[in-house]
Design a protein around this ligand. Structure first.
Ligand code: HEM
Length: 222
């Protein structure tokens, strides 16, 4: 092989190497703060809505009833827990601006002409806080994701991971993490506010929203 060909192969591999580094960096950045902040907001909402927390404990006591590890096999038996997590995700509206996308062709929406190559920022927030789909959208109401029998109710407007070809790559992983961590955390610990002071539900703006620091007390339930 000539030196020229060796350099060509090396450059090609180097490009693949950089692509791999960038892909791993994307997954690390996109996958860390997103789930962590959602989990912290589940604690904040639970403390601010003690009657919803009580319902969550009630279901965990009825269905699990011990300190055993909750697994994916329990998921369908915990509809309130799932609804609780969905409502945390809806209300926290973690990526209020979504990510920028560039149009690959001219588009017309409701009479507005948007030319090819325009960078747009889809607004998932406008859907997650849509009053028609989610009445009283500023309030934490897990029951909106349950039917009259207490079974899961699908709401098409629930799109915290966005839609389309560029929707969240980590959706399945994130859903699994949120369920396993939140279900096990609340099953293991009794959560109480410290000295009766409730954590702020206000969000610190950023690419993903951040919680304000707070204190609370945790006691083992078993
Ligand atoms: C609660 C957790 C999460 C939420 C709410 C969330 C939400 C989102 C949203 C709204 C987008 C933008 C989609 C768009 O622009 O249309 C996105 C993109 C992305 N997410 Fe997530 N995400 C979460 C967790 C994760 C995890 C755990 C990973 C990976 C381990 C991940 C990887 C990505 C990647 C790579 C993209 C960019 C996809 C692309 O541009 O093609 N996310 N996510």
């Amino acid at each position: 092989m000539s030196l020229c060909n060796i350099i060509k192969v090396w450059l090609k591999n180097k490009q693949i190497y950089f692509q791999l580094i960038n892909a791993l960096y994307d997954i690390f950045i996109a996958g860390q703060e997103t789930t962590a902040n959602t989990i912290i907001f589940s604690v904040i909402y639970a403390l601010n809505y003690p009657e919803k927390l009580k319902k969550l404990y009630h279901e965990l006591d009825k269905v699990i009833g011990s300190d055993r590890r909750i697994t994916l096999a329990d998921r369908n038996s915990l509809p309130y827990c799932n609804a609780f997590i969905y409502e945390v995700q809806r209300l926290v509206n973690l990526l209020p601006q979504n990510l920028p996308h560039k149009l690959t062709k001219d588009v017309e929406i409701r009479g507005y002409k948007i030319p090819k190559n325009t960078v747009i920022l889809p607004q998932v927030s406008s859907v997650l806080y849509d009053e028609k789909a989610f009445p009283n959208p500023e309030t934490f109401i897990p029951e909106r994701f349950l039917d009259s029998e207490g079974q899961p109710k699908r709401i098409d407007e629930f799109i915290p991971f966005s839609l389309g070809k560029r929707q969240c790559l980590g959706e399945s992983l994130a859903k699994m993490e949120l369920y396993l961590i939140i279900a096990n955390f609340f099953n293991q610990y009794k959560l109480e506010s410290e000295n009766g002071s409730l954590p702020s539900m206000k969000k610190v703006p950023g690419v993903t929203v951040q919680p304000h620091p707070f204190k609370c007390s945790l006691k083992k339930r078993y």
